[in-house]
Design a protein around this ligand. Structure first.
Ligand code: FE
Length: 333
């Protein structure tokens, strides 16, 4: 008996999918940073024996690479850090619709493609930040309101070349229409305190030092600074709470049409939306899990609850091109 029990436990611990001679391996093309993915990939390997080999690159270059490689591509999955790139991948005919099942259905409808070509894995809010010494939160309302002349010489923005801002403006087009959004973006440009930034981190540092009074950035960049004890003067504000909610975006995944391991790839995706994987995936980058009720880190909890915009991200993606042209016309560089 004393022999049988340990053997039984050992058998249970055997990797679930590594029972054939050939070790199972999945290839993941990803624009999510290696350091952020490693904890998740390691946990998956530990649990299942499946190695997920990760090839990192910018989303644009990975999509091009996939188009170039065609049927010969070794990749099984694509992860990007903005829905715009996943939609681009889907429009390029690269993605295989995922099977809807009890796991993938854990992801709220607005954070997944209605054709199931992609699925959100973690959530980031692109919200308003302010210098606590110079601005009272009561003065803030919405993204649109940052176009008001009262913010002249006080607003800071990251470049419009960054897909995060393209998605934000695409969301505004969906909500306000083109003409109104163009007025808003022109207003932002005329309110700029300094030339556009190349990174959200630099923007938040400038708010902290009082070089800008308000600005727009993704939440996890504040978390990174707060963990180092920085950005003490930066406050977080959730805009548009009574009227549509704060703009959110996802890190998300799609299975590639040319994958030779689609079943394995789907198992991995199903696992990624389990409670335990959601926690690891989101916490690695101080993001929100996409699956409701997965516990948030203490730091994120300290920012308080907010209403997010629940417009389907696939609809936001439809306005992405218009957003780029609109920002160009408004001379938002
Ligand atoms: Fe980012």
């Amino acid at each position: 008996m004393s022999f049988i029990i340990p053997f039984f436990i050992f058998a249970l611990a055997l990797p679930l999918y590594a029972q054939s001679d050939k070790p199972v391996e999945l290839v993941l093309y990803s624009s999510r940073n290696s350091d952020l993915l490693q904890p998740v990939l390691k946990a998956y390997q530990k649990e299942t024996g499946v190695v997920v080999r990760h090839i990192e690159g910018s989303a644009g270059s990975l999509v091009q690479k996939l188009v170039r490689e065609g049927d010969k591509s070794p990749a099984d999955l694509l992860i990007t850090v903005d829905v715009g790139h996943l939609i681009h991948g889907a429009q390029s005919g690269l993605l295989e619709p995922l099977a809807a099942n009890e796991m993938t259905q854990r992801v709220p409808v607005h954070l997944r493609d209605d054709q199931w070509q992609w699925l959100g894995l973690s959530l980031r809010a692109r919200t308003i930040f302010y210098n606590k010494k110079k601005v009272k939160p009561q003065e803030l309302v919405s993204y649109q309101d940052l176009a008001h002349p009262k913010w002249k010489g006080r607003l800071c923005l990251r470049t419009s070349r960054k897909v995060y801002n393209q998605s934000l403006v695409a969301g505004l087009i969906g909500r306000l229409g083109q003409a109104e959004t163009e007025k808003v973006v022109k207003g932002w440009v005329s309110n700029l305190a300094r030339p556009v930034f190349t990174s959200d981190t630099h923007l938040l540092e400038a708010i902290d030092k009082g070089r800008c009074d308000v600005g727009i950035a993704n939440t996890y960049y504040l978390a990174r600074l707060q963990k180092k004890g920085e950005a003490q003067n930066v406050g977080i504000f959730w805009p548009t709470q009574d009227n549509g909610g704060t703009h959110v975006n996802i890190s998300g995944v799609g299975i590639l049409k040319t994958s030779k391991n689609k079943q394995q790839a789907l198992r991995f995706v199903n696992w990624l939306v389990s409670d335990s994987a959601q926690k690891v995936f989101a916490e690695a980058n101080d993001e929100y899990p996409v699956v409701p009720l997965v516990p948030l880190s203490k730091l994120i909890q300290s920012w308080g609850p907010y209403h997010m915009d629940t417009t389907p991200l696939s609809q936001i993606g439809e306005h992405q091109k218009q957003a780029v042209q609109l920002m160009d016309r408004a001379r938002y560089r």
